[in-house]
Design a protein around this ligand. Structure first.
Ligand SMILES: [Zn+2]
Ligand SMILES: [Zn+2]
Length: 143
C-alpha cells in the first residue's frame, strides 16, 4: 500500500473508522492535486462513487483533520491538510478562480513566527492566501 494510504488508514482507525473503497477513492482524488471544489471532486470520482457519499466522506475527513477548506470569497475548495501534503500556500485568481500552490520562503515563515511572538503568542499555524489576476486573465481584462 502507498505510504499516504497507510497514513490515512491509521488516522481513520485511531478514530474508530475503517478505510473503505469510497474513502480511498476520494483521498486519492485529492492527493497531489490543486485544491478542488466539491463539484470538481464529485466529478473526479464520479461514476464510481455517488455524490452524497463524496459529501459524507469529506465531512468525516474534515472532522478528523484529514482535509481542510480553503475559503475563496463565499465559496471554498477542499485540499489535504499539512499532514498529507507539504506545508504550502495559495494564490487564487479573482477572475477565473484558478488556484496555484506556492511554498513560502524561510524568511517569510520566520517573520510570521516573529509577528506572533511579538504579540505574545506561540505560533502553532497560519493560513496565507494571495489574491490577484492570473496571467491569462490579465490579457482578457480590458484596462
Ligand atoms: Zn484567471
Ligand atoms: Zn506557511
Amino acid at each position: 500500500m502507498n505510504k499516504m494510504l497507510e497514513l490515512l488508514s491509521e488516522s481513520l482507525k485511531s478514530n474508530g473508522h475503517s478505510l473503505t473503497k469510497t474513502r480511498e477513492k476520494v483521498f486519492l482524488a485529492l492527493l497531489d492535486r490543486e485544491p478542488q471544489t466539491m463539484a470538481d471532486l464529485a466529478n473526479s470520482v464520479g461514476g464510481k462513487v455517488d455524490r452524497a457519499s463524496v459529501y459524507r466522506t469529506i465531512a468525516l475527513f474534515e472532522k478528523l483533520g484529514i482535509t481542510e477548506r480553503l475559503q475563496i470569497g463565499w465559496k471554498y475548495k477542499i485540499e489535504l491538510s499539512d499532514t498529507f501534503a507539504a506545508h504550502h500556500h495559495h494564490i487564487t485568481c479573482t477572475n477565473c478562480n484558478k488556484t496555484q500552490v506556492f511554498e513560502e520562503t524561510s524568511i517569510l515563515e520566520f517573520e510570521l513566527k516573529q509577528i506572533a511572538q511579538e504579540a505574545g503568542y506561540t505560533e502553532v499555524g497560519h493560513q496565507l492566501e494571495i489574491r490577484g489576476l492570473c496571467t491569462s486573465c490579465q490579457h482578457k481584462v480590458i484596462k
